[in-house]
Ligand binder design. Structure first.
Ligand SMILES: Cc1cc2nc3c(=O)[nH]c(=O)nc-3n(C[C@H](O)[C@H](O)[C@H](O)COP(=O)(O)O)c2cc1C
Length: 208
């Protein structure tokens, strides 16, 4: 029996017009990461190799593909702030991804307002309805399966402070869709917006 599947080994090329990897592992939440250099220079950049990895304590992480300002800053200060990227903030989020020199403040570049943190010294994006103040817990340089070092660093941080716009709290519950989060798809430009219509419910099975 032949399988009607496109198969490829990434090390030998995907054989398609566009690499499907990011389109398959998607849409991905965006880590919109604010950080600050030891000299005080502010930085803001989006990372879609981002996710949550633990509940208690809450831990989030993003991957810096190559050595970028956010990674350098977090190594220096041990702190960062995650901001929720929403549909109204999509263009600003995109502007903040510009490959600007370390001294460029992407808050200013993107027309955003920094608000001082309550626990960490890094400011959050005032315009974003949700933010996590984070203390860096680990920075791991990734390796290949063969053990070779890759120029990618996974930056993990414990969430030590959470800011939520009251408008997103409905009867004491956080309303994910009400925030209109945006997620990254594949290709050079694909994004998805979370809509209430996409919601469905399913409980985990109970075994005796
Ligand atoms: C939606 C989006 C997602 C991105 N995801 C990543 C990512 O996961 N890892 C990465 O290294 N760069 C990613 N980038 C590119 C960085 O945002 C870009 O290199 C930025 O200049 C890094 O800023 P920094 O040097 O100030 O940290 C992404 C860009 C966009 C627009």
């Amino acid at each position: 029996m032949t399988e009607d599947k496109h198969f490829y080994e990434p090390a030998k090329g995907h054989g398609l017009v566009h690499d499907p990897f990011n389109a398959i592992v998607g849409p991905r939440p965006i880590g919109w990461i604010a950080s600050q250099a030891a000299n005080g220079a502010l930085n803001l950049a989006p990372y879609s190799f981002f996710n949550a990895f633990n509940y208690t304590p809450p831990i989030v992480g993003f991957a810096s593909v190559g050595r970028k300002d956010s990674l350098n800053n977090i190594e220096q200060t041990g702190e960062f702030v995650w901001n929720l990227a929403t549909r109204p903030l999509a263009e600003a989020m995109n502007l903040s991804s510009a490959a600007a020199p370390p001294e460029t403040d992407e808050f200013g570049l993107a027309g955003l307002t920094p608000v001082p943190g309550r626990i960490v010294n890094v400011p959050r994006v005032a315009e974003s309805p949700v933010a996590f103040e984070c203390r860096c817990s680990q920075i791991l340089q990734l390796t290949s399966a063969a053990g070779g070092k890759i120029e990618t660093w996974l930056v993990l941080g414990e969430v030590v402070g959470v800011h939520i716009d009251q408008a997103l709290l409905k009867n004491g519950s956080y309303d994910t869709a009400a925030a209109h989060p945006i997620l990254r798809g594949g290709g050079p430009a694909d994004y998805f917006e979370v809509m209430a219509e996409s919601l469905f419910h399913m409980r985990r099975p109970m075994y005796p």
